[in-house]
Design a protein around this ligand. Structure first.
Ligand code: ADP
Ligand code: ASP
Ligand code: MG
Length: 464
């Protein structure tokens, strides 16, 4: 069997973690392909470096690169002292290239999305050779592989979409011969390149996506995502003390959870695996014997109604309000044309049955722009008072209760509202997906954690 194993940021950030990675990779039989993230915190620091440089502070950007380069070098010397020299030279060159890019950014005082991607790529381009050197030291024939050579994407820098046919063909051509020769490729997650060879990134957290893409391309029997928790849990463990790992999830449930903030999995990650029928397992690098979560096309009913509760903060609610909107065909279309034209992603929509208002939940930093665009688009309706006003409320959070067991189970919304009422959380808007496997609610951001805990407790109690 062929196995794709992806290791996240904390799993590759320390000598102790890399020791565990070595044991895990060494213990897997058959062909192996490893995908790695940048070491924990690196991508955030690179974002900061790009921002500092764009603001003209080239020195701060240089300091960040120096700090990252030093920590990579220290890690390499600790985990693979005998292999350090050749890899070390490669790492130094990467750091120098990134520093040069940032110097240009500081001179221009502008960092385009394209340049930022080239800067961010440094994180994964540096971690892959370190992981490969660690594996070689323990006798595994491993070598780093930059995904820019075979993950082919469009030009949407910052969240590029892979071109699947090209990527699958190139990944096979590149990786099959290595794998067949018994080598373990250690592939950089998160990054790709356009067909012209310009570096792109697939969006934050997207190393999971790289793993699923490669699993599909190479016909893997299993895609394992190793992280720092024992699977997808019934709630964010940092927010809810009693959160517990979920043994099984359907693809649809996993997609809903990651979409609504379960950071453990990248929202798009599951798709390539769904289509290829490959099970995805979320496992803990630090507790590799734990069962973790297995995600398959069809879920296995476990008797639960709500399986997990997630949340996403940093949002705004944009409401278009007015009595003259009821019964006017095409009104919602106008609103959505505007969000599309502005490139604003809408996380949740809700419309009262009176049709007096349409509420859109959007990322907070896009709300003012969307309000202005809606006011332009609806200028006539506003002048005629068919639309009274466009309001922005913030900060807002969306809380989502997810589970296949909700389908056809009456009274779920009532229980959610009851639990929130008892916790004194005011619900601003509510939406239910037509798939009936999620109920999402909009609350003030200050109530986010309280709302998650209240819903989680309501549905966990019945399991006890
Ligand atoms: P990695 O670097 O391994 O990809 P991430 O930080 O991206 O790890 O994702 C793992 C983290 O996701 C966990 O440490 C946990 O704090 C957070 N998390 C949020 N919601 C959940 C959830 N429902 N289940 C598990 N982890 C969650
Ligand atoms: N390093 C990237 C990030 O922090 C990708 C990943 O970790 O999956 O977003
Ligand atoms: Mg992640």
């Amino acid at each position: 069997m062929r196995t794709v194993l992806k290791f996240g940021g904390t799993s590759v950030a320390s000598a102790e973690a890399l020791e565990r990675v070595t044991r895990i990779v060494g213990g897997v039989k058959g062909d192996r392909v490893v995908v790695v993230s940048a070491t924990a915190g690196t991508t955030d620091r690179l974002h900061e470096a790009a921002a500092a440089a764009a603001g003209g502070d080239g020195e701060e950007a240089q300091r960040i690169v120096d700090e990252l380069a030093a920590s990579h070098e220290t890690l390499l010397r600790t985990v693979a002292p005998t292999q350090a020299d050749e890899t070390s030279a490669d790492l130094a060159e990467l750091a120098a290239r990134t520093a040069a890019l940032l110097r240009s950014v500081a001179i221009l005082r502008e960092c385009t999305a394209r340049t930022r991607d080239a800067v961010l790529a440094y994180g994964e381009l540096a971690s892959a050779p370190i992981v490969a050197a660690t594996l070689r030291r323990s006798g595994v024939d491993a070598r780093p592989a930059a995904a820019t050579a075979f993950v082919v994407t469009d030009e949407a820098f910052g969240s590029a979409a892979p071109l699947f046919a090209e990527t699958y063909a190139a990944a096979r051509e590149w990786l099959q011969p290595l794998v067949k020769a018994g080598t373990v490729p250690v592939v950089t997650g998160f990054i790709g390149a356009t067909s012209d060879g310009v570096t792109t990134t697939l969006g934050r957290g997207a190393s999971d996506y790289t793993a699923a893409i490669l699993a599909a391309a190479l016909g893997a029997g299993e895609c394992r995502i190793y992280t720092d928790v024992s699977g997808v849990m019934s709630a964010d463990p940092r927010m809810v003390e009693g959160a517990r790992p979920l043994g099984r999830l359907s693809y649809a449930e996993a997609a809903e959870l990651s979409y609504f903030g379960a950071k453990v999995l990248h929202p798009r990650a599951v798709l390539p695996a769904i289509e290829a029928g490959i099970p995805v397992r979320i496992l803990n690098t630090f507790e590799p014997e734990d069962a973790g979560t297995t995600i398959t096309a069809q879920g296995v009913p476990d008797g639960s109604v709500v399986k997990a509760t997630t949340s996403l903060g940093g949002l705004s609610l944009v409401t278009v309000q007015g009595a003259g909107m009821s019964g006017v065909p095409g009104f919602a279309a106008k609103v959505f044309d505007t969000t599309a034209a502005e490139g604003v992603s809408v996380l949740m929509i809700s419309q009262a049955s009176s049709e007096n208002s349409i509420c859109l939940v959007v990322p907070a930093d896009t709300a003012d722009r969307l309000k202005a665009a809606l006011e332009r688009m609806l200028a006539k309706d506003l002048a005629h008072h068919d639309v009274e006003r466009v309001i922005v409320e913030r900060p807002i959070a969306v809380v989502a209760a997810v589970g296949e067991g909700m389908r056809g189970t009456p009274g779920v919304a009532a229980r959610i509202f009851g639990a929130l009422g008892k916790a004194k959380v005011n619900v601003i808007a509510i939406a239910q997906g037509s798939s009936e496997l999620n109920v999402s609610l909009c609350v003030a951001e200050r109530d986010q954690a309280k709302a998650v805990r209240a819903i989680h407790e309501e549905f966990e109690r019945e399991r006890a």
